[in-house]
Design a protein around this ligand. Structure first.
Ligand SMILES: [Zn+2]
Length: 104
């Protein structure tokens, strides 16, 4: 077994697990319900861990996580209908005139 990914957001960890499952890589989440220590001290920002069942999947799995979870494909840029400025795909509104992107 090998630790492949750590995150304090369990939802992100589960989406990583799902992405790996889609690629036929078996993994499981550790400490999903928190440890006794963190419950006692009320620590809610603990890190959850995603472990690989098979060590030989590590290289493939880390590539997948890097591509799909850490650096998702950049969204296509778009052109503002109000001022014709080109905007980065990560912007919800035009940087120039604040017009909200219509196709969102
Ligand atoms: Zn604009």
């Amino acid at each position: 077994m090998k630790l492949i990914y750590k995150h304090d957001n369990i939802a992100i960890l589960h989406s990583a697990k799902n992405v790996l499952a889609l690629n036929d890589i078996e993994s499981f989440v550790k400490d999903e319900h928190g440890s006794t220590m963190s419950a006692r001290f009320g620590i809610s920002n603990m890190f959850h861990e995603l472990w690989l069942t098979h060590d030989q999947d590590f290289e493939k799995a880390s590539t997948i996580i890097e591509n799909e979870i850490e650096n998702p494909e950049p969204k296509a840029s778009w052109v503002c209908v109000e001022c014709n400025e080109e905007n980065d795909g990560s912007f919800d509104a035009c940087w120039n005139c604040q017009n909200v992107h219509a196709s969102k």
